[in-house]
Design a binder for this molecule. Sequence first.
Ligand code: FA5
Length: 327
Amino acid sequence: MDALDSLIQQAQEEIRAAGSSSTLTQIEVKYLGSKGSLQAALRQIGTLPKEERAAYGARVNSAKQTLTALLAQRGEELARIEIEERLRAEVIDVTMPAGRPSIAGRRHPLTATMARLKQTLIGMGFEFVEGPELEDYAYNFDALNYPEDHPAFDEQMTFYVDDTRLLRTQTTSLQGRVMERRKPPFRIATTGRCFRYEAVDATHHHTFHQVDVFMVDEGISMANLKGTLRQFASEMFGGEVQVRFRPDFFPFVEPGVDYSIFWQGRWLELGGAGLIHPNILERYGIDSERYSGFAFGLGVERIHMVRYGVEDLRLYLENDLRFLRQF
Ligand code: FA5
């Protein structure tokens, strides 16, 4: 075996042993490249006797062909192996669990209801004003014409911070704050949290929300109240609604009523309403002979409960996602 034979044998062994396409490329360059071993062997031809040159040249050429074929074959094998390895490495198991989905937050149903209330009432020409939750006794009761020691207080026991300040029992407490600063005409609406010292049950909580609406102008009557309530309820509940009044007592209205709407085939009581008591107007220097006004208030929880058939108001404050996610 001469040097050419052993060169070819060595090349064949290296090709068979090559473990990757890139190694194979290096081997190809090493043996078949323009500066490779076979090219070098061919250059040896000049050192040989004339009669041996043709045979030697033929051996080098055939060696080139053999190695080229071998390289191609091994190249295919390696390419297949590499693709398989890659597929194995990059495989996606579609049967694996998808992982924990991230939960998108959303507004609390009462917050969403208050936003709708606000949108609706602004659309009806009312101006939104906010009042404090920690309220002066004077605005929550005195300003609203509560007589001393009147039984109406009993329904509105609340949490006192000191002798003059309490957690407001009703958003109606905004009336005095507005009237001492504004001259009629005005149309005001407010919504927010209220508190009462209350035995908690399915329809009463110590913490709840109300919306209050009132307007003062010349010639305001129960007809304006009824029309406004009907439009308000239609927009909040959807569809045609009728409004029904029944006499009720609130110290700040005369006459006072509770009102219900006829919705989806039945009467639903929503809240209290009436014409603003002349005592309140006079207290703030508004001529009650010339001006009159209406007011109504209702529970925000009540609106949502009626609309969605929720039967227990405690659910709104419990933060149970199974309940909240439904809306
Ligand atoms: C009032 O609070 C009056 N301020 C309403 C009003 C305004 C009358 C303007 C006239 C003119 P009442 O106490 O009935 O009224 O409460 C009104 C609504 O608030 C009730 O119908 C109910 O929906 C809601 N509400 C009252 N107390 C609670 C409570 N403890 N828990 C949940 N909702 C309540």
